[in-house]
Design a protein around this ligand. Structure first.
Ligand SMILES: [Zn+2]
Length: 238
């Protein structure tokens, strides 16, 4: 077996036997990795509490056939402010869930990794209303699923864009309208998120447009993943 170093964020953990855990991580250089942390559930474990979901760690692992083995783990960041705030924890878990669904095992995707880490740091500093939706839209763009936003996806009209349809893949004008209604304010926010204005979008206070963008981005991600995001929905929907 060969030994490798990498940086990773713990996505989830699963009990294994009496004292061990299988830790699923998103790493910078090896994509999604599942590794056994031996003795991690013992009180005197050399890993302490370092391999909990959300932790950013520097790893030394043995590469195995299916599961790797964690040899060392050093904490880079625990995201303490996130952990101490239930609302932010829920958001962070949504990011982890999305990455867990999208990342492929042992297939490096450093842009997805960097996007996750950037979002976690932004969440550690603050609680921007558009953090999760912006993350979802950015990640969809990385996946090559950027919605068409500049013109009607059906007829090409550039004005009077009033609807958004995920099946069509973007916005629609008044005569082609289909899918959900979308306001000009929400569209402007989505364009900012995807067009280099992320920081200003994240500084946006909560309001009807941020709610609209949240619904739209959630739906877009759910359609892409073909499943509902457990941690994202604060209230049950019909
Ligand atoms: Zn049209």
């Amino acid at each position: 077996m060969s030994l490798y170093r990498d940086d990773g964020v713990v996505l989830r953990t699963l009990r294994l036997g009496e004292a061990d855990r299988i830790v699923t991580l998103m790493t910078k250089g090896h994509g999604k990795v599942r590794a056994v942390a031996k003795g991690v559930r013992r009180t005197k474990s050399k890993f302490g509490g370092r391999l909990e979901p959300l932790s950013h760690v520097a790893l030394l692992c043995w590469q195995g056939r299916e599961l790797d083995i964690v040899n060392q783990a050093e904490v880079q960041d625990t995201f303490r402010a996130v952990r101490e705030d239930l609302a932010r924890v829920a958001k962070a878990y949504t990011l982890l869930e999305v990455v867990d669904q999208l990342a492929q095992e042992r297939h490096a995707n450093s842009r997805l990794y960097d996007t996750l880490l950037g979002a976690l740091h932004a969440l550690e500093d603050d609680d921007p209303p558009l953090l999760v939706p912006a993350f979802c839209l950015k990640v969809l763009a990385l996946e090559g699923s950027t919605p068409v936003l500049g013109e009607c996806v059906s007829c090409g009209a550039a004005a009077d864009l009033v609807a958004f349809d995920l099946v069509e893949g973007g916005v629609l004008c008044r005569s082609c309208r289909r899918g959900r209604a979308v306001s000009a304010g929400a569209l402007e926010l989505v364009r900012r998120i995807l067009g280099g204005g992320l920081a200003s979008a994240l500084a946006e206070p909560p309001g009807p447009f941020t709610t609209e963008v949240t619904d739209l981005a959630t739906e877009a991600m759910e359609v892409h993943l073909d499943r509902r995001l457990r941690s994202l929905r604060s209230s049950p929907t019909a």
